[in-house]
Ligand binder design. Structure first.
Ligand SMILES: Nc1ncnc2c1ncn2[C@@H]1O[C@H](COP(=O)(O)OP(=O)(O)OP(=O)(O)O)[C@@H](O)[C@H]1O
Ligand SMILES: O=C(O)[C@@H](O)C(=O)CO
Length: 425
């Protein structure tokens, strides 16, 4: 079989990292780019079997999401990709108008594809699809926490209906058990309850040029279509010059230091924060405070320096340890301003930590991860060891390199931060 290269477009940063980790499981060398790279960034993609372009297009206006996704497609074609995957959330998050339908339609039109599968199921993380309906840990999507999502509340579990509202093409669903495709539909939601179902779906799609879904199907599809397999990179190792720069700091940090930045408001992250602060120093940001984000960040960095002067324990900085602190910030600033202030604080803290020599960060939350990666001006990362399903350690390309664990809010068990430390580069 011809050796193929896979080009992927993901609609958020942690979702992209989730996808990368599944492709690494399948023995591929994967690079994740944050945004569509500029030619002058000169990211070396030659050794990669798959390239994932991470966008932040999940909740923006549909026309913008379409444009960014097509730009990403053209970039991936210029790299040499000959199969394409569009990754969205395993909970099918979208606004009423999109963006899953419009982006999928635009990519299909550009590639001349008529029939398209939609396969969000991620059984390992509790997301299953039965008769076109999505369940989260056995509960209908519309009755899960996603019902109250601040940006994209998901109040209908029937994905055929959700998708049909976003596309002019006829939508239907397919059970791989029946191996029967809906006769008139060209936009097809695929049932999957187990990984075996995903494997069957991947093999049904083995001739497809474009597939859409969550991360779990991508691993099997890469096998089914014969994507090049060059084996894993040791993507976690820090090189000697980075260590020298790292230890050269005069502000207390040492090469053992690692900081957790938790900006996610999800239940899973709250449990992880509570577990970690039982044994580690923790700093809770007061976003409701009237001080400027820069001042709050400076105060936070001073606290880190104090901690490092006493011990080299990993530190935790959290903004949303409980719903009350988020409510207080929103009451003071309004929802949008409160989120934007939180992100500014995390951006300044992340830059400040990097200036102080920190080279390992664990970040919780998709938006928060996007903010941190943007503040550190990281264009691309290589994918390393998988800490929990869908969350690998990644290491920035270029020098000095920095290692990051970018976690979707709801991913990982209660001891995720400990697991990340134990497996860190
Ligand atoms: N105390 C706070 N007050 C107001 N907004 C906050 C506060 N803490 C965090 N936020 C904001 O809430 C949002 C959380 O989104 P983020 O994507 O980081 O996490 P998530 O939605 O749980 O994760 P994911 O998108 O991966 O599922 C961010 O915009 C963050 O800045
Ligand atoms: O598919 C998922 O659940 C995640 O990769 C994600 O996109 C969470 O925002």
């Amino acid at each position: 079989m011809m050796s193929r290269r896979l080009g992927c477009i993901a609609d958020d940063y942690t979702g992209a990292t989730d996808l990368c980790s599944m492709l690494v499981r399948a023995g591929r060398r994967v690079i994740q780019c944050f945004g569509v790279p500029d030619p002058d960034q000169r990211i070396d993609l030659q050794d990669a079997d798959a390239v994932v372009v991470a966008l932040k297009s999940r909740s923006i206006a549909a026309d913008k999401a379409v444009k960014q996704s097509l730009d990403a497609l053209h970039f991936l074609q210029s790299w040499g990709a000959d199969r394409f995957f569009y990754k969205y959330c395993s909970t099918f998050d979208s606004t009423n108008q999109g963006n899953i339908g419009p982006v999928a339609d635009a990519l299909a039109a550009e590639l001349g594809v008529e029939q398209l599968f939609f396969c969000p199921a991620f059984p390992e993380n509790g997301r299953t699809v039965h008769c076109g309906h999505l369940f989260v840990n056995g509960v209908l999507l519309s009755e899960s926490g996603m019902r109250d999502h601040p940006l994209n509340p998901m109040t209908d579990s029937n994905l055929v209906r959700v998708l049909q509202a976003q596309t002019a093409c006829p939508a239907g669903w397919l059970s791989t058990h029946a191996r029967r495709e809906p006769a008139s539909a060209s936009r097809i939601v695929v049932d999957a309850i187990t990984d075996d179902d995903l494997q069957s779906a991947a093999s049904l799609a083995s001739e497809h040029l474009l597939l859409t879904g969550g991360s779990a199907i991508a691993r099997y599809w890469a096998e089914a279509i014969g994507i090049r397999r060059s084996g894993r990179w040791d993507a976690g190792a820090m090189n000697a010059s980075d260590r020298v720069a790292f230890n050269g700091t005069d502000r207390g940090a040492t090469s053992d230091n690692c900081v957790v930045l938790a900006g996610s408001c999800s239940d899973a992250t709250r449990i992880q924060v509570a577990e970690f602060e039982k044994t580690h120093p923790a700093w809770h940001l007061n976003v409701a405070d009237q001080a400027s984000p820069d001042l709050i960040a400076e105060e936070t960095l001073r606290w880190c320096e104090e901690q490092w002067s006493q011990s080299n324990q990993p530190l935790l900085i959290s903004s949303a340890a409980n719903p009350e602190v988020v409510a207080a910030a929103r009451a003071r600033w309004g929802e949008w301003e409160a989120a934007s202030r939180t992100e500014s604080i995390f951006a300044s803290v992340a830059s400040g930590l990097a200036e102080r020599g920190i080279r390992r960060l664990i970040v919780a939350g998709g938006e928060t991860s996007g903010t941190v990666v943007g503040a550190l001006k990281i264009p691309a990362v290589r994918i390393g060891y998988e800490i929990a399903p869908g969350v690998p350690w990644v290491t920035s390309t270029g020098s000095p390199s920095i290692s990051l664990a970018l976690k979707s809010g709801n991913f990982g068990g209660p001891r995720f931060f400990f697991d990340a430390l134990e497996t860190s580069p």
